[in-house]
Ligand binder design. Structure first.
Ligand code: MSP
Length: 503
């Protein structure tokens, strides 16, 4: 089975922050989950490099008009380095300045123009540069952007338009008859609400005389195309459109476009219509996640409250960071980021629960069984509370199969932690130190073996979320990627505790 999943392409006007890392960590986690299940996963991410916002950033950094490519070439490695640091295993990193992407965008423009879906008229209206979005007179909020509330730029120029109004009824029907198309459900309702108003045809060009940093419109050299029209096409250009039909047909339609809630309209209205006009199917699911808020406000450079992922990773480690983002807030809702909350989760869930469980179990293997997996006569001994842990651990795979296709990361982690908590409680209730003193070897061996096996299942289950931790756990348990079973008599490799407490 194929599984094609994408992140938005990030604007390269500044360094990546936790909001960007959030999407990539989420997509990396689902991708690893499906890869583990044997799927042919294609994970695409990249950078959005054209448009007025980038042009302005270029000039602000002391470069000149015409030097935009030099500027973006300096920023792109910062994104790639962060993804590498975070263990993000993407299959394609697409840049909208890549040649193959430019050709694909021009092929789309040519096709839609030839099909009569693009026409020219005078555009009188407003443009928001930070959002790279056109607004009509009625939508403008007294000259301010209805989304970000910043000042709009007035435009009165000839432009090309894409006839999206023709497709409004088709889209409404499509959304209504495909319940999984826009997720979460409240976002679907938001889009349907937006579609209650008549759709205006989409302005898809910028005159080069005003803004030339973009992909040239193939049938009119005086214009470049609108940055959103350009960027959305990455989802098909990155898998072979238009030249490689084999690869395109293999992966398209995308199984998931994961995006932030602020770019829902572009993905759930413009993009499906573009695809439909091209004769391609819409993506299976567009999932809009919430925002990370810091001290009650959206992060922004001007407010000086941008959280730098690299600094947090250096302080707490990659996996603690990945865990926190996916566990703290249900995917789809907004969340408040604070370092104190991260430290609290670190100490309770990671140091106390999982770290401690591994450490105390392996200490007992060393103390009571010479550091080897105990030999257990499975039929000889059965204690209800030990069986409970076995059952819980075995049921985990099904729980994850239910949670992950819904992108319910927090729910999946809660289920994994239920097993960890049952295991920790089992140690307290069974008092292995007393069993050892009383020479109840069968029960002790069964108990320790069950704990080791639960830890093995936990390690496999957390590997999409915390790949480094999963590997470290497996090494300590004496198992590896190719041999994920415990064999009585095999040596364990206990080393330093995984998550030392932060005081
Ligand atoms: N370039 C466009 C996307 C084009 S996709 C074909 C863009 N780029 S962006 O860099 O501004 O934003 C990328 C993503 O980061 C968006 O999904 C946005 O929602 C997300 N985030 C930006 N700030 C965020 C938070 N504070 N929290 C969570 N995600 C946020 O839009």
């Amino acid at each position: 089975m194929k599984f094609y999943i994408t992140t938005p392409l990030y604007y390269v006007n500044s360094k990546p922050h936790i909001g960007h890392s959030y999407t990539n960590i989420a997509v990396d986690t689902v991708s690893r989950f499906y890869r583990m299940k044997g799927c042919d996963v294609f994970f695409m991410t990249g950078t959005d490099e054209h448009g007025e916002k980038i042009e302005k950033a270029t000039l602000a950094r002391g470069f000149k008009t015409g030097e935009e490519k030099r500027f973006v070439d300096e920023i792109v490695p910062v994104f790639k380095e962060l993804w590498q640091k975070l263990g993000i295993q993407y299959d394609c990193f697409i840049r909208t300045t890549d040649d193959y992407h430019i050709k694909a965008v021009q092929a789309v423009l040519d096709k839609l123009y030839k099909d009569g879906k693009i026409y020219k008229k005078i555009y009188k209206g407003w443009f928001c540069t930070p959002c790279e979005t056109f607004w009509s007179e009625a939508q403008s909020d007294a000259g301010l952007c209805p989304d970000c509330k910043r000042r709009l730029e007035k435009l009165d120029e000839e432009n090309y338009f894409f006839k999206i109004s023709e497709y409004q009824n088709w889209l409404i029907d499509y959304i209504n008859s495909n319940t999984g198309f826009i997720k979460p459900d409240f976002r679907k309702n938001e889009v349907l609400g937006f579609l209650k108003e008549p759709l205006h045809d989409l302005c898809i060009s910028r005159s080069k005389s005003r803004m030339s940093w973009g992909i040239e419109i193939p049938f009119d050299k005086n214009f470049v195309t609108y940055v959103w029209f350009d960027a959305l096409i990455n989802y098909i250009s990155g898998i072979g459109y238009p030249g490689d039909a084999g690869r395109l047909n293999k992966y398209w339609p995308a199984d998931f476009h994961i995006i932030g809630k602020d770019i829902l309209r572009h993905h759930a209205v413009y993009w499906p219509i573009m695809l439909h006009a091209l004769g391609l199917a819409p993506p299976r699911t567009i999932f809009a996640h919430g925002w990370w808020i810091v001290k009650g406000e959206k992060m922004s450079k001007s407010k000086g409250n941008v959280v730098d992922p690299a600094a947090l990773i250096d302080r707490y480690g990659i996996d603690a960071y990945r865990y926190f983002l996916l566990r703290e807030v249900p995917f789809g809702l907004d969340g408040t980021f604070s370092e104190e909350a991260l430290v609290t989760r670190y100490n309770s869930d990671l140091a106390n629960d999982i770290g401690n469980l591994l450490n105390r179990t392996l200490t007992m293997v060393e103390k009571y069984f010479e550091g080897k997996v105990p030999n257990v006569q499975r039929t000889a001994y059965s204690v209800q509370r030990i069986d409970l842990l076995k059952e819980k651990a075995i049921a985990l795979a099904d729980e994850l199969d239910k949670a992950m296709p819904q992108l319910d990361f927090a729910g999946a982690l809660v289920k994994i932690w239920e097993v960890i908590n049952v295991a920790n409680k089992l140690i307290e209730d069974s008092k292995p130190w007393t069993l050892a003193k009383e020479k109840k070897t069968d029960e002790l061996a069964t108990l320790i073996y069950t704990l080791l096996d639960a830890l093995r299942i936990v390690a496999i289950s957390i590997s999409p979320f915390m790949p480094g931790t999963a590997k470290a756990m497996m090494t300590q348990l004496g198992i590896c990627d190719d041999k994920k079973v415990l064999k009585p008599g095999d040596k364990i490799n206990k080393s330093a505790p995984l998550f030392p407490r932060i005081e």
